[in-house]
Design a protein around this ligand. Structure first.
Ligand SMILES: [Co+2]
Length: 350
């Protein structure tokens, strides 16, 4: 990953670094990163920036609940966790450069599909286990430790570890954190929501999934956001099939989010996944007019991020953690899916 001094424009998918914007032509012109202000914004600002909040995301700061929740602060990181030599590692490990999005879709033969099913299932099992750890007082670093151990015990590699310099084995995104939160010393608090994003690399194939969990007693407003976000993912998966246009995913998610007056984050996207962590196509979660259709035996993720307030992200100095600019809550769910003859199979299922 390039440091904060980089003047390169930047878009981060859910777990894609600077490489995406360099390799992904159609989207290149859409995004702008202003290092001075730590805002990740889009160049079509007249269409999509502040007006977006007015048109599609009608809640304003005044409307946001005056809950006592404190803004998220960075905690301390524990030392990097070792991975035994016998575990097969993806090629990007030990390179500081984020690999970005590989060109070409992930379309599999029979054996490839079986490998995708296996890595998807393991990712889902790890995520389910990680969710059981969410309790007030538990540090996100403890979740990382447990996830790391379970993945290694299963003979797999935790894909985020060393991806573009990412220091941990899982992403833990609490409250206003949109995505890419780094597990640290912060103990979870009663009322937090936390997205846990697990990716495993098993026998040469990545499986990628995330869910948002409740910590203790969560306010109604947060619960509703989380439930609507999950519904957006489910609805998007239900329209997938061979020949369907990818842009239908964005329309489906955006329509449902609008109904509930939630915002859809634009700067972070789904992606092809399989032999590489991030491949074509880029999956946009908002209404768009991009070309491309789903292919039989193709695998990719859908991973919408919805917000109660502003959809505009700000990146912390760690160059990973992305939070909403107004501190309002954000939720996310993600599955890896396989396009089958009659629709889509969710691979990241237990
Ligand atoms: Co992903």
């Amino acid at each position: 990953m390039a440091g904060s001094s980089s003047l390169q424009p930047r878009i981060l998918s859910s777990f894609v670094g600077d490489g995406l914007i360099r390799s992904c032509r159609p989207l290149y012109g859409l995004f702008r990163y202003d290092p001075g202000r730590k805002h990740v914004s889009m160049q079509l600002s007249r269409t999509f920036s502040s007006i977006t909040n007015l048109l599609f995301n009608r809640r304003t700061l005044d409307e946001l609940s005056n809950s006592k929740r404190k803004r998220l602060q960075p905690g301390k990181l524990s030392p990097r966790r070792p991975v035994p030599d016998h575990i097969m590692k993806p090629p990007y490990v030990n390179s500081q450069q984020a690999p970005g999005i590989a060109s070409g879709p992930e379309v599999h033969n029979k054996e490839g599909i079986e490998c995708m099913r296996a890595s998807g299932k393991l990712a889902a099992q790890v995520l389910e286990f990680a969710g059981t750890l969410v309790k007030p007082g538990v540090r996100t670093d403890e979740i990382d430790e447990a996830v790391h151990q379970m993945i290694i015990d299963s003979g797999a590699y935790p894909s985020p570890l060393g991806y573009g310099g990412f220091p941990k084995s899982v992403c833990t995104s609490v409250n206003e954190c949109i995505c890419h939160g780094i597990p640290d010393s912060r103990p979870l608090e009663d009322g937090d929501i936390i997205n846990i994003d697990v990716t495993v690399y098993l026998n040469g194939y990545h499986g990628d999934t995330s869910a948002t969990f409740f910590c203790g007693e969560v306010e109604e407003e947060a619960k509703n956001l989380v439930q609507v976000t999950k519904k957006c993912l489910d609805k998007a998966i239900s329209i997938c099939a061979p020949g369907v246009e990818f842009k239908k995913i964005g329309r489906t998610i955006h329509d449902h989010a609008d109904k509930h007056r939630y915002g859809v984050v634009r700067q972070f996207v789904g992606h092809g996944v399989g032999r590489v962590f991030h491949a074509d196509p880029v999956i946009l979660h908002f209404r768009n007019n991009e070309d491309g259709r789903m292919r039989l035996n193709q695998t990719f993720t859908i991973e919408p991020m919805l917000t109660i307030g502003s959809i505009n992200p700000i990146m912390w100095d760690d160059n990973w953690t992305v939070v909403t600019e107004d501190g309002s809550l954000s939720a996310q769910f993600e599955h890896t899916i396989l396009i089958t003859e009659d629709g889509a199979e969710i691979l990241t299922k237990c």
